[in-house]
Design a protein around this ligand. Structure first.
Ligand code: NAD
Ligand SMILES: O=CCc1c[nH]cn1
Length: 471
């Protein structure tokens, strides 16, 4: 395991707590470059100002980001264009073989990748392992479809807050035998992103992020008349009817709000509960929220790690303050959390929050918080709750809990959202398309339909006879 982690330097021992299956929080300091194209990791070509990147669990500096400038982006895109030439001429079988090999490498390095994702992102190791499995399954699924299709190359810019693991994926594709630069990584923030959108050799822009940034991306892509896929934010409703199995509804509400410290686009953060079961629901949901184990994300029993950055934590806490000012009741959580372990004291933790007595017009109900904050609202009738659930500019996901199967189908038919869950929440298998209605996005990821969003259709007429001319 440690040999594989060669490029990552460990901090001197001494202040470290026991190592958890390889890495421990606060023990990693990355010195190697984080850009990757033409077969290797690369520093940016200019000695630019390096930006600190912090480990969410500890607040310690994890690495330095060297944003790619126009020269770097141009090199990466040109290399990707060459790779496209090779890759698209390979047979589907050859491409599938390379993808399956990449999937096997991911499987064999599952724990190492998951641990590095935790260090990079702050989420719990339990979730990170599932994320690595999802990545592998995704590659396996599309390898199955590759046999009959054209292939693309990609230049990927990760969030500047979490730059580390995307480079590992680039190395894995290279090891699996993919043409050089088939999958490249350029680091940076909005300037680098904007360079990619404007580059004339970039044929398609796929963006995952917030609605305001998505709007800018679409605007930039429009200059080159480039197609876009936009996977944007949400403010999804979860409807819990009186006839629900209450135990499962409570579990669903927790899964809809607290995965990845609430930093999940599809989260069902507006929880509408029928007025007759509201007291029981709140008692149970608050009890279980208070039991969520917060702390070192690399420990197996942790269920909630750290938020991605200090500014983001501050923003989420300010949403809770605003909710209080607007009349919501904090039923639990919503406070900064300082773990007892001294090495975690600088980390970005908060207690998961349930807000009661929420009203439709409150900021916490209207705006995406992207943190562990559940807003609970009461309703009386199906018609009323459907109208309120759809009263949003976004439409990524929605959920309904009821034992009445006819009601379940009637409700999801009327919910304006790309993914609807009946008696569960946040289930996203790779075979099933994922994407938003309204301002939550354009296009779909996952499933067979996604291929259409990354392909050009070419129509070719071949005349075998004479041209029937009118002239
Ligand atoms: N629909 C989905 O599948 C999905 C998945 C995950 C996250 N999200 C959404 O993402 C948001 C949270 O992510 P975030 O905080 O990283 O979002 P963000 O919009 O702040 O940033 C996303 C990315 O855009 C880049 N960027 C920012 N400004 C840019 C510009 N002007 N030009 C080019 N690039 C620019 C950033 O560097 C970053 O890599 C939430 O709204 C969440 O719902 C959506
Ligand atoms: O934050 C986004 C979550 C998600 C689930 N499936 C695809 N994206």
């Amino acid at each position: 395991m440690l040999q594989r982690l060669g490029p990552f330097m460990r901090r001197p021992a001494g202040q470290l707590a026991p190592v958890v299956r390889g890495l421990s929080s606060g023990s990693v300091s990355i010195k190697v470059p984080l850009n990757f194209w033409a077969g290797k990791r690369r520093a940016s070509h200019e000695k630019c100002i390096k930006e600190n990147v912090y480990e969410p669990a500890t607040g310690k500096i994890l690495c330095h980001l060297e944003p790619c400038d126009a020269v770097d982006v141009d090199q990466a895109v040109k290399a990707a264009k060459l790779a496209f030439g090779h890759w698209s001429k390979m047979s589907g079988m050859e491409r599938a073989r390379i993808m399956i090999k990449a999937a096997h490498i991911i499987e064999s390095r599952r724990e190492e990748i998951a641990q590095m994702e935790v260090i990079d992102n702050g989420k719990s190791i339990t979730e990170a392992r599932l994320d690595v499995d999802s990545a592998r399954l995704c590659i396996e699924y599309y390898a199955g479809l590759a046999n009959t299709l054209a292939g693309n190359s990609m230049v990927f810019k990760p969030s500047p807050l979490t730059p580390v693991t995307a480079v590992m994926l680039a190395e894995i594709y290279a090891e699996a035998g993919a043409p050089e630069s088939l999958f490249s990584v350029v680091q940076g923030g909005q300037e680098t992103g904007s360079l990619l959108c404007h580059h004339p050799d970039v044929a398609k822009v796929s963006f995952t992020g917030s609605v305001p940034t998505g709007r800018k991306i679409m605007e930039m892509a429009s200059k080159g008349v480039k197609p876009v896929t936009l996977e944007l934010g949400g403010k999804s409703p979860l409807l819990i009817f009186q006839d629900s199995d209450l135990e499962n509804a409570v579990r669903g509400a927790l899964m809809a709000n607290f995965l990845s410290q609430g930093q999940v686009c599809s989260n069902g953060t507006r929880v509408f509960v029928h007025e007759n079961i509201l007291p029981q629901f709140l008692e149970e949901v608050v009890k279980r929220t208070q039991r969520i184990e917060i702390g070192d994300p690399l420990l197996d029993n942790t269920r909630m790690g750290a938020l991605v950055s200090q500014p983001h934590l501050d923003k989420v806490l300010s949403f809770v303050d605003q909710a209080k000012k607007e009349g919501a009741t904090v039923l639990c959580g919503g406070e900064p959390f300082v773990p007892t372990d001294p090495k975690l004291r600088g980390g970005y933790y908060m207690t998961p929050c349930v807000l009661g007595e929420c009203k439709d017009e409150m900021t916490c109900v209207r705006e995406e918080i992207f943190g562990p904050v559940m807003s609970v609202l009461s309703f009386e009738t199906e018609e009323e709750v459907l109208q309120r659930a759809n009263d949003t500019t976004m439409g990524l996901a929605a959920g309904v809990f009821t034992r009445d199967v006819k009601r379940a189908h009637r409700v999801v038919e009327n919910l304006k959202a790309g993914s609807c869950f009946i008696n569960n929440y946040n289930i996203t298998p790779v075979e099933v398309p994922f994407g938003g209605f309204k301002m939550s996005g354009i296009g779909r990821e996952n499933g067979q339909v996604t291929i259409e969003y990354y392909s050009q259709l070419k129509t070719v007429f071949v005349e075998m006879g004479d041209v029937d001319s009118l002239f």
